[in-house]
Design a protein around this ligand. Structure first.
Ligand code: UDP
Length: 240
């Protein structure tokens, strides 16, 4: 198996749905606190953490389009939803005793800072968790792509995608009990087998810039810390 990178700086992607907990919509305060606790474990180890949160628990452009809105308007709403999630997550991180700040790809003066790569890196070097919100700032992209993009920009050692399951499977493990979990995969395999780890834009970006990706279950206590320590956890994706 490929050598796992030593993690000085990571980019963690959490979906909006992960923040809902067992609800159907919105944000669960218990989940926020639990996630903040997991993040605190790795910050306390000296790992620099950048965070991208999705917005699917509130709005998704594609779903709004189906309901009759214009796609670009829907995507703008989706991006604004990620800012709300980032505010909630920042609050939870601060309550957990960490220093955190949120940046937005869409300027929103007085609410969050505008995204600035160098400033983000400086903050992370000081041990602050930086939340990158509003996705890429552009419609037709996803927060998975935003996470990959920011991960590459801030020179993270690893992009981590938190999911509800323990990694990447050959089929949906919820509906197919025979689905097998991969320990390791190449981005090309993920693309050709249509494993839907992330959208194609995000996968291609990782592949083309040699950015390793780990898909893991953040609901499992200590899993984030184990990934960062290089232990066998989740599925590890690398360039061919
Ligand atoms: N979005 C966008 N551009 C981006 C990132 C997100 O337009 O760069 C919009 C898009 O409508 C998306 C929504 O924001 O559906 C929420 O993001 P996403 O679906 O990635 O959230 P997640 O599934 O991770 O909760």
């Amino acid at each position: 198996p490929a050598q796992r990178p030593s993690c000085n700086r990571i980019l963690l992607k959490m979906s909006g749905e992960a923040l809902m907990g067992n609800g159907e919509f919105g944000i669960s305060p218990e989940v926020l606190d639990r996630m903040a606790g997991e993040i605190r474990q790795v910050v306390n180890l000296g790992v620099q953490v950048g965070l991208v949160v999705g917005g699917g628990n509130l709005f998704r452009g594609a779903a709004l389009q189906k309901a009759g809105l214009g796609r670009v308007t829907g995507d703008h709403m989706g991006m604004l939803a990620t800012v709300m999630n980032a505010l909630a997550m920042r609050d939870a991180l601060e309550r957990a005793g960490l220093r955190a700040l949120a940046m937005s790809a869409i300027p929103m003066s007085g609410v969050v800072e505008r995204y600035d790569r160098m400033r983000a890196i400086r903050h992370m070097e000081k041990g602050r968790v930086v939340l990158f919100s509003a996705g890429t700032g552009n419609p037709f992209f996803t927060t998975d792509t935003a996470a990959t993009l920011r991960g590459i920009e801030i020179e993270a050692d690893l992009v981590l995608k938190a999911t509800k399951v323990d990694g990447v499977y050959s089929d949906d493990p919820v509906t197919n009990p025979d689905a097998i979990r991969y320990d390791e995969l190449s981005f090309d395999e993920a693309i050709s087998k249509e494993l839907r780890v992330m959208d194609l834009t995000a996968l291609a970006l990782c592949r083309d810039h040699n950015m390793p990706l780990c898909v893991f279950n953040m609901n499992k206590q200590g899993a984030l810390q184990r990934v960062v320590a290089g232990e066998a956890e989740g599925t590890f994706l690398v360039s061919g």
